[in-house]
Ligand binder design. Sequence first.
Ligand code: DC
Length: 246
Amino acid sequence: MIVAIDGPAGSGKSTTARRVADAVGWLYLDTGAMYRTVALAFLDRGIAFTDEAADGLLSSLNLDLRMGLDGLQVMLDGQDVTDRIRTPEATEAASRVSTLPSVRHRLVEEQRRMARQQTADGLGVVMEGRDIGTVVFPDADVKVYMVANPEARAERRHRELTDQGKTVSLDAVAEDIAERDARDATRAVSPLRQAEDAVVLDTTGLDISDQVERVVELIRARLRERDAATPVKSDSAAPAAHSPSS
Ligand code: DC
């Protein structure tokens, strides 16, 4: 089963997706981390943010995402870059490189490959990004589009940065989010938009446990529907209560 969680920066996607994946015991795939890692490679190699430059870079890139006990670990060419991909420079660069068609093409392929590996093994995956329900997996089993008002999103992001020991004004964070939103929503390839069949979850007044519970409930409902649609053989016992598996 594939769960797609999309939405703008600061809508609460990452924390929700990670906790939902934990709750159901499936893989969490943070696709933003992939764009951030490619962006870091552009910065480290001093390459211009163009499609031509990206082609050369992508063919030699060694990117590895691992889910460890401490959360997501990101390796780039053998180096642990988990913290470096969250710096303001990497955030800004990620917003730019994610507009490049060659980068999107390569990462979407990789995202599909990683997800299919899970589902082939009978597991599920909770994928978080901007285009999962529209482009990467338009036929995802559960689609959620998370939104929150701009003030709530800026405050969340500001809190995250402050918790990381960074000093930055709330206004600067709000401006940065607005700029990234505009770029995400207006880019030519795979712009941020809600899939028509996505469930919209407005997280403005919700706390994290409510957000997680709503998404887990959507997954449970989908699993029940799937069970109901599967013909039960006449000689089989009554189906057991379903715990989320695939
Ligand atoms: O979710 P995030 O802030 O970590 O994402 C970093 C950047 O990558 C952001 O500018 C949007 C972009 N992105 C994207 O274009 N498509 C995705 N599926 C995920 C992220």
